[in-house]
Design a protein around this ligand. Structure first.
Ligand SMILES: [Zn+2]
Ligand SMILES: [Zn+2]
Length: 393
């Protein structure tokens, strides 16, 4: 039986997760993690192509046992973050300043677990693609995998008909799965604004054009996009996260640099928000006699879940963990996720698995030094993904 096999693998998978956790690697440097994934696939006889997405991506393929099925892609991300771990776990990061603080060690382990369980399944109506990607944390590894053709049958296997992915979620209780139709995670963008004036002696401000005062007004005015411009029932985040300018207490600097991020859930709000940031930055700079140069970098698109794929997640997860533990996510999350790139090519569903252990009221969030994935959820996650691969009609 599928579940028996998964339960027998539970210790093996927990150890695999700890091995990966010990050796965190940043975006596009997941060489050891990628090698480990490859050796795991080799050991169980799953064919794969390595070296994708600039070097560390791996695509595995397991053909159906009968003709006429669909091709289901399952995705995991492998990269860690530049955070110094403070968990004191026996399997804590052995590399100072790097840490699996987003649980991608868990996601990678789960997908290996799925391959191990499915290989031994005698009746597999669908082909399965195992997508192990690098660089989710800001490097758009998912985009690089798509560009390399992992979903088109160009690299290995067949063209994908649907893709599923999951994220561990410490804000929710261990063992509960959360789904959402439509936008689930935000589109991200980064901006840098260079405000240029005329420097001079702080005692003679009238002989300068002060970019610091312009920067202060700009930061304040940018807040009005969320509060005054965008529909209160829609969502936008505009955060200025860095201000740099000046070197001394008695010198008005020539230039101030602002950095920040904008996050949205609707495509039209993404366009509108960008227009407003440009208008406010350029308008305030002009009013203060400065100039503003804005460098805009598109991040990830909205992670939007397709209806049919999401219905499959609900149905399959309910069968595995029970109806009462499968819930609709109350509201989208304004974090970004590069799973969104796959959804631009095929119907996609992303879902959360709660990680918060029983008795814990507040678990450390992802991207913090005390976060850890939760081994207890691995078997359920493996079974849900296996059944999504087997039961998607
Ligand atoms: Zn993350
Ligand atoms: Zn993540």
């Amino acid at each position: 039986m599928l579940r028996n096999r998964i339960d027998q693998d539970a210790n093996y998978l927990a150890e695999l997760r700890h091995d990966i956790h010990k050796c965190p690697e940043l975006m596009y440097e997941e060489f050891e993690t990628s090698k480990r994934v490859q050796s795991e696939l080799k050991e169980i006889g799953v064919q794969f192509v390595a070296g994708l997405a600039k070097g560390t991506g791996v695509l595995g393929f397991l053909p159906a046992t009968q003709p006429g099925g669909k091709t289901i892609a399952l995705r995991a991300d492998m990269d860690a973050l530049p955070i110094h771990e403070e968990t004191n776990l026996p399997y804590a990061s052995q590399t100072p300043g790097k840490m699996h603080a987003c649980g991608h060690d868990g996601h990678t382990t789960i997908l290996v677990g799925v391959a191990r369980a499915l290989v031994r399944e005698e009746d597999r109506p669908n082909n399965v693609l195992f997508v192990f990607q690098p660089a989710e944390e800001g490097g758009a590894g998912g985009k690089a995998m798509c560009e390399d053709g992992v979903l088109d049958g160009r690299i290995l296997g067949n063209k994908a008909d649907m893709i599923y992915g999951l994220h561990g979620w410490p804000e929710e209780a261990q063992g509960e799965i959360f789904w959402k139709v439509g936008p689930m995670m935000a589109a991200t963008n980064q901006f840098t604004i260079y405000i240029r004036g005329k420097g001079g002696h702080a005692a003679a401000p009238h002989t300068t054009i002060d970019p610091v005062v312009a920067a202060a007004q700009m930061v304040t005015s940018l807040q009005s996009i969320a509060s005054r411009n965008v529909d209160p029932l829609d969502s936008i985040v505009v955060s200025v996260t860095s201000i740099h300018g000046g070197t001394a207490f008695n010198v008005i600097p020539e230039e101030v640099e602002l950095k920040g991020t904008m996050r949205t859930l609707l495509a039209e709000t993404r366009v509108f928000g960008k227009e407003r940031i440009f208008a406010i930055a350029e308008g305030i700079a002009a009013a203060m006699g400065c100039t503003a140069e804005i460098v805009w970098t598109e991040g990830y698109p909205v992670t939007a879940n397709e209806q049919g794929a999401t219905e499959n997640v609900k149905r399959v997860a309910s069968g595995v963990i029970g109806n009462d533990r499968v819930k609709e996510l109350a509201a989208p999350v304004m974090g970004g996720e590069d799973f969104s790139f796959y959804g631009e090519h095929v119907p996609a569903a992303f879902y959360f698995m709660g990680l918060r252990k029983p008795g814990v009221t507040e678990a450390p969030s992802v991207h913090t030094p005390r976060f850890d994935f939760n081994d207890a959820v691995i078997p359920d996650c493996v079974e849900v993904m296996c059944r999504l691969a087997l039961d998607t009609a």
